[in-house]
Design a protein around this ligand. Structure first.
Ligand code: IPE
Ligand code: IPE
Ligand code: MG
Length: 220
């Protein structure tokens, strides 16, 4: 199954504790580690897509954006070992061309070192926006002179696999430009838990609820 998560609520988690927003992002990164390890050990989950930075997140204060970029760089450096140990393949979706050369190199290096890992594919959505992704896919088709069909659009997205289960933390009931095409028939769960408080127990409960849902895909 393809599990996708909108990891939201880091800032509020920190503010509630009188901490700076960036402290929430740090704690959030630890939760990514825990959830990824759980997914790697759950044979039902093949792909874990995590919304880490949206095309709209550039609107935030420069200090927060810079912190997130630095956090990602440090994270990939520190966690390469864990990706290898847990047999997790690292991939990204989104347009990373706007990132610094240093960060782009780090991302490419991590992909290269983990490309043969098999237990789980973890996809970080970085400078990702669904509208941008779909627009780029259509542009690719036009430049290759291929027919504009739903199948061809899907094949040219950053990720073609449909989402089975979408979770958003922090109580917001919205999609915020995440995987709009791929969630056409996804089952959705919204939890009030802030991302830094999310854990494998809650994930397991949601997965159990997901299994009880009857998915019809338009049939009967
Ligand atoms: C999600 O947490 C992480 C990113 C968008 C990078 P937020 O930073 O959006 O936290 P809130 O929603 O302001 O609490
Ligand atoms: C969505 O969260 C993006 C990520 C989790 C990376 P936001 O906090 O940016 O979304 P809005 O602004 O509440 O819709
Ligand atoms: Mg938010």
């Amino acid at each position: 199954m393809h599990l996708a998560i909108i990891m939201d609520g880091n800032g509020r988690w920190a503010e509630k504790r009188g901490l700076k927003r960036v402290e929430g992002h740090k704690k959030g990164a630890e939760v990514v580690k825990e959830i990824t390890a759980y997914c790697a050990n759950n044979p039902e989950i093949e792909i874990l897509s995590l919304y880490a930075f949206s095309t709209e997140n550039w609107k935030r204060p420069k200090m927060e954006v810079d912190f997130l970029m630095k956090l990602l760089d440090n994270w990939l450096k520190k966690e390469l070992e864990t990706y290898i140990k847990n047999d997790v393949k690292f991939e990204t979706i989104g347009d990373i061309s706007k990132f610094s050369d240093k960060l782009k190199k780090r991302i490419e290096y991590t992909k290269e070192k983990t490309k043969n890992n098999k237990k789980l594919t973890q996809i970080l959505a970085l400078n990702y926006g669904s509208r941008d992704e779909i627009t780029r896919a259509v542009k690719k088709l036009i430049s290759k002179n291929e027919e504009i069909t739903p199948e061809n659009i899907q094949k040219n997205l950053d990720i073609s696999r449909d989402v089975d289960l979408l979770i958003r933390t922090s109580g917001e009931i919205r999609i915020s430009n995440f995987l709009l095409w791929q969630i056409a028939y996804a089952e959705m769960f919204f939890t009030k838990t802030l991302w830094p408080d999310f854990n494998t127990n809650e994930l397991e409960k949601i997965i159990n609820e997901f299994k009880k849902r009857e998915r019809r895909f338009g049939g009967i």
